[in-house]
Design a protein. Sequence first.
Length: 260
Amino acid sequence: MSKKTVPTNRNAYIITGPTSGIGRATALELAKHGTVVLVGRDLGRLDEVRKVIEQKGQHAVSVVCDLSDFFSVRRAAAEIIALHLPIVGLLNNAGIMPTRATKNALGWDMTFATNHLGPFALTEALVPHLPDGANVVFIASAVENPEHKPAKAVGFRGGRYISAEASARGEWKPGGSKMPGADAYATSKQANLATAMAFARETPRLRFNALEPGFTPNTGLARGTNVLVHFLLNYILPLLAPFLKYWSTRSGPGAWPPKS
Ligand SMILES: NC(=O)c1ccc[n+]([C@@H]2O[C@H](COP(=O)([O-])OP(=O)(O)OC[C@H]3O[C@@H](n4cnc5c(N)ncnc54)[C@H](OP(=O)(O)O)[C@@H]3O)[C@@H](O)[C@H]2O)c1
């Protein structure tokens, strides 16, 4: 945690993955509305964002958390609780989409651990400390839907959930994608939706939502893809965007903070 003190009389928002892409842009926007708790795996990268926010006279605090590591998540949750900030929102944004399926230190599928198990554990630890009406948002993705035509066209085949144990082992229903890692990603995003719905049922005093941000090129998500796919995703698709039937924009579904 960064040592600088943060005000305890302003609304606070927690955001995971604020060091890149959608999360970075959202963290800078959230800072206009209150203190931002920046949650990520690299203190140097977190502090770079924190300094940008502080240079504008706004407030942020960095909390180190590797979402693929259960123990790191529990430590981070305890740090956040100890800040005693008036938290009004938690945005579970961080996510990875590796091209091939890999494992974390416990031998669990890295994508399932990072995109689902970590955010689930973080949220579960923080829920008792959130005031009534607080917003909790999970960033989902349309690629979890096997009927989503644009996602299918680029190789996704939708979430392929069998069981939590199978997902943690990196096993999915047959008939999946030829693109290694796509089944892990789509299934983790399916788990995000199920998580949001389960929390909403169990804790009606809070507002749980899952949000599809729309295809957002030039973030770090496609890191690891080959040069051709990287070029297509980041430079060709944005040019074609206005002509694509299924295109969705950040100003639509991705607006944050959500309206109450
Ligand atoms: N881009 C799109 O078109 C799109 C579409 C639908 C949904 N989404 C979702 O939107 C969210 C943000 O994606 P993005 O496109 O903005 O990607 P991005 O630029 O790669 O940002 C991902 C963020 O997650 C963090 N992160 C990765 N692994 C982590 C870990 N183990 N522990 C803690 N933080 C970790 C990264 O931190 P580092 O800086 O340390 O790497 C980074 O801050 C993701 O959940 C993604 O699935 C994106």
